[in-house]
Design a protein around this ligand. Structure first.
Ligand code: RTP
Ligand code: MG
Length: 152
């Protein structure tokens, strides 16, 4: 198949426990910014899964708190698809620290829904990595065929 212009790219995105009740507003923002929500799942992470999700932060001082926080309630995991999706989602999230986000990226999700540099509403992958596989392992229940699933 011939691709012209920017390639569609999938990315792992997650609504963190403290803002799950704001999911409706956050979905609206995601969709109106041109993302397709290709997969969606609400679930509570185990400590083991959280450690896997944040493997890059092994040994950092904030990791124990982060693991408590992210396993404190259900999260909403999504596979998002858009042109340049990884970078585009990180831009829509805004800076890690929500105080910084309110100054530098006032329209971002973290500026609008987050609290500080820990409780920051949403997560985004910074590469393809294996984050999608943690929530969406390949199995028959997760497989479907629809116009949306071919939007890669
Ligand atoms: P994320 O991984 O959640 O998309 O966020 P990020 O790339 O912007 O930030 P990252 O550096 O990967 O940190 C992962 C998450 O750990 C918490 N954190 N707390 N207290 C602190 O200094 C601190 N630093 C990071 C945040 O919840 C951050 O999103
Ligand atoms: Mg990160």
């Amino acid at each position: 198949r011939l691709h012209l212009g920017v390639m569609k790219q999938r990315t792992y995105a997650m609504i963190k426990p403290e803002v799950v009740e704001k999911m409706g507003e956050i979905f609206k923002i995601i969709i109106s910014n041109g993302f397709k929500i290709a997969k969606l799942k609400m679930a509570q992470l185990t400590k083991e899964h959280a450690r896997e999700l944040y493997a890059e932060h092994e040994g950092k001082p904030f990791l124990p708190f982060l693991l408590e926080y992210i396993t404190s309630g259900p999260v909403i995991a999504m596979e998002l698809i858009a042109d340049n999706g990884i970078k585009k989602w990180r831009e829509l999230m805004g800076p890690t620290d929500c105080e910084v986000a309110r100054k530098d990226a006032p329209g971002s999700i973290r500026a609008r829904f987050g609290k500080d540099k820990s409780f920051n509403a949403v997560h985004g992958s910074d590469s393809m990595e294996s984050e999608l596989n943690i929530f969406f392992p390949e199995n028959r229940i997760d497989q479907y065929k629809s116009p949306r699933s071919t939007a890669t």
